[in-house]
Design a protein around this ligand. Structure first.
Ligand SMILES: CCCCCCC[C@@H](O)CC(=O)SCCNC(=O)CCNC(=O)[C@H](O)C(C)(C)COP(=O)(O)OP(=O)(O)OC[C@H]1O[C@@H](n2cnc3c(N)ncnc32)[C@H](O)[C@@H]1OP(=O)(O)O
Length: 283
């Protein structure tokens, strides 16, 4: 297939179905930090089958259409997840058939040196009744492609975090086995675990899944604001501005304006911002 912005824009992203089990929900929650303090009654609700509820960011792994961009001719090994937005309409129900319908929103060409950004939207709903569960906009940086033109309407840029000291900070330790655990949610991209695959993608070691650090951010924002973990999220979005490696500590810097939290994630040991332009809405 000839790679062109229009052919990517027109690509029929496959629909996907998914029934999320209690085990899926508990695995996901554990893989993004929940259960660190299981003595708290509310925190236990995400990781224990009694009164189990889905972690707010669980929709990210529901009915993902898989590595469909590979089928358009994009160099999959050079692709990284670059931005993610999740709007939560209701918590992911367990043991209920769910479906995702996706469409490509935009291709932004940055030339052969830089590659291109491809954004797509995924709507998740119940199969019976078509009740909306979540709307997700994912942007991938296709670093090995570019020069094929732009098409479609790119999402509005996420705005920058405030230019002042953060209102509060929260450290979150990413376990050394985080990618090995997170991949069991369905993203088996070898970039995250296999040193050879990481090498062919241009990294000197495997990098963490973007959606793993994103899930940790969702967990940490709630944990920082409400140690009882009873607060929900109705939206969360961020830019993956640099890779993070399993075993590192993210310092989440947060600015609060009522129900809206702006955030940034820093790996202080390397002096690198790994999550930027973050926004979360409490519910
Ligand atoms: C179940 C099946 C699942 C299938 C999914 C599988 C996919 C996953 O497995 C893959 C992953 O999880 S990869 C891991 C997570 N992602 C990363 O680690 C990427 C980290 N980011 C980078 O490397 C660079 O920011 C990079 C490369 C993204 C961009 O860096 P540069 O090219 O140097 O850009 P820069 O010059 O800094 O910025 C110029 C302008 O480009 C835009 N931009 C920059 N970074 C962006 C980003 N991350 N997202 C969106 N847009 C971005 C901006 O317009 C920017 O201008 P400005 O800074 O003024 O806004």
């Amino acid at each position: 297939m000839t790679l062109s912005a229009q052919s990517i824009l027109d690509f029929p992203v496959p629909q996907a179905t998914h029934v999320v089990t209690a085990r899926d929900a508990m695995l996901y929650a554990l893989s993004v930090g929940y259960g660190t303090n299981p003595l708290d009654e509310n925190a236990l609700n995400y990781v224990y089958e009694r009164d189990l509820v889905a972690a707010p960011t669980l929709a990210n792994i529901v009915a993902h259409p898989g590595p469909w961009l590979q089928q358009t001719g994009v160099d999959w090994a050079r692709l990284v997840h670059s931005e993610h937005r999740l709007m939560i309409h209701r918590p992911v129900p367990l043991d209920v058939p769910l479906i995702s319908r996706s469409r490509v929103l935009s291709v932004v060409d940055r030339g052969v040196e830089k590659g291109m950004f491809v954004s797509f939207e995924r709507l998740i709903a119940t199969v019976d009744g078509d009740e909306p569960i979540a709307t997700i906009v994912q942007t991938n940086a296709c670093r090995g492609d570019g020069g094929c033109g732009s098409a479609g309407l790119a999402p509005e840029p996420l705005s920058k975090v405030p230019d002042r000291e953060p209102d509060f900070e929260y450290n979150v330790d990413i376990p050394r086995n985080a990618a090995l655990l997170y991949r069991l949610n369905g993203d088996l991209n070898p970039l995250h675990v296999d040193p050879r695959a990481a090498g062919s993608s241009g990294f000197d070691r495997p990098i963490l899944h973007g959606l793993c650090s994103f899930g940790y951010a969702g967990y940490a924002i709630v944990a920082a604001i409400d140690p009882g973990m009873a607060t929900g999220l109705s939206a969360i979005a961020a830019r993956f501005s640099a890779p993070i490696f399993p075993g590192e500590t993210i310092t989440l810097q947060m600015w609060r304006n009522d129900a809206e939290i702006r955030f940034r994630g820093i790996v202080a040991s390397r002096g690198v911002t790994i999550l930027d332009n973050g926004m979360a809405r409490l519910s």
